[in-house]
Design a protein around this ligand. Sequence first.
Ligand SMILES: [Zn+2]
Length: 156
Amino acid sequence: MQINTRAGVAATTRDTAIKWIKRCLREITRKDYELPVDYATARADIVVTLKSAGHRSSACAKGISIDLTAFNTGRTALIEYPAFAKDPVIGSRETLSPESVLAATIAHEISHFVQYRYGPDTRWLCKRYRKPHGEGFQDIYRILRARVINPHFSLT
Ligand SMILES: [Zn+2]
């Protein structure tokens, strides 16, 4: 995992972000999900940029960029994409811990990375991975929210 940490990101914040990135990658590379890579390969593939610049978080086939401003200012609302904001599993949440909001943001961006990087070579994704917040993306994000992120909502 290549990690680029920009100025203004504390070591403890960086460690928290990396913890959730690893948890997401470990889950989605389980054999059950039939991705063309294992956890070690996915970890080697992803480039992670951590910053606190007030930008949006983003992702592409190369990796993810996570802006930690929301975490640093203690944001407790998770605002999801309008098309699935009301979904009980992958939708928005109003009162979470800042770490839970960060964890969900990371899961969202990891889902984009997985769709673009591995979607073309994954049987259940190859026909529907292209649309940025479409079916393929939502299927990946649903796995990560249900199995990795949401169980921690009341704990962190
Ligand atoms: Zn997105």
